[in-house]
Design a protein around this ligand. Sequence first.
Ligand SMILES: Cc1cc2nc3c(=O)[nH]c(=O)nc-3n(C[C@H](O)[C@H](O)[C@H](O)COP(=O)(O)OP(=O)(O)OC[C@H]3O[C@@H](n4cnc5c(N)ncnc54)[C@H](O)[C@@H]3O)c2cc1C
Length: 325
Amino acid sequence: MHRTLRPFELLEPESVQEAVQILASAPPGAKILAGGLDLVSRMTRWQVDPPCLISLQRIPAMDFLDVGENGYLRIGPMTTLRSLELSALVRERWPLLQEAAHQIASVQVKTMGTLVGNLCVATPASDMAPVLFVLAAQLGLVGPAGSATIPIEDFFVPVCQSILEPQQIVVEVSVPPMPARAGTAFKKLAHTKACIAKVNAAVLVTVEDGLCRDARIALGAVAPTVVRAHKAEQALQGKPITRQLACEAANLAAAEVTPISDLRASAEYRKHVAAVLTQRAILAAAECALAPDTAAAWHALAADPPTPAGVAGRTCGAGSQAGPA
Ligand SMILES: Cc1cc2nc3c(=O)[nH]c(=O)nc-3n(C[C@H](O)[C@H](O)[C@H](O)COP(=O)(O)OP(=O)(O)OC[C@H]3O[C@@H](n4cnc5c(N)ncnc54)[C@H](O)[C@@H]3O)c2cc1C
């Protein structure tokens, strides 16, 4: 149901320091405003009622997307999902970010919505959070007590919460350089492209001498917060990534998630899809990681795939956005 916005004060600081000072003295419930996509729509539905919004819009240089001296990708708090999707730098050096941003709803959503806003909403169905988990991203925070940098894995708290204090602001997302010989993939199942995920999965694997040296797997929308599938990761370590192994690891990942049933999907279906998407993402990431001369061998290996347990026949039947394995 659409309602009118309740009255609120809009403040527009011109520096991060001023924004922190305003937040520190603002009445309880004051909120940072970035793109406003989530916040304003919840205000129109009277789900939140902030007395005051502190916009980041007038603060200079909050919309950045560049590489720092340490080689990390730096993403500003006002950098939109669309900027990530269109960036040649991101496509070339952190293609997983581009792949996930590309699968978010619509151009309109991505043009308004910021990456940091997407994370601060803290929904377990975020497409960007699992991707940033496997890329080992960090968040830069600023508050009255000073600044801090935390791994993204420490940011989320069940359910739909983060460790962000009411007076803290996220000022940067930083992403380390991709490891050598690494490949990545993101798979998502949603009802339509305009919808948030029923399940998503992000994978990074490092392959050396034909063996998996490192694996990072994260799944979204299958638990109160993003899940790192540690047992599945361990199952891949030190072995050649065959379809059989990817299938076994995918089944372990599905065993590690604790989805709920809701309007979008049943818990049972989500577990099933978690296995399917994880298998596909592992294989796609492995293919990316392989050098051109070994890619042909991998394709031969992939010719006769087993399927995750309980996935009869249509291994790839998880929906339009999940894409081919
Ligand atoms: C129709 C629709 C479809 C969508 N589809 C998808 C999808 O497919 N996949 C997906 O992952 N997401 C999806 N989303 C979610 C969307 O990505 C987020 O709503 C959006 O990115 C939020 O960013 P924003 O800049 O608009 O945040 P805002 O609405 O401005 O803020 C959101 C929250 O974050 C806080 N916040 C924002 N910036 C900061 C900061 N720097 N420091 C501290 N707190 C901050 C705000 O106070 C607020 O609580 C969809 C949303 C809509 C409306």
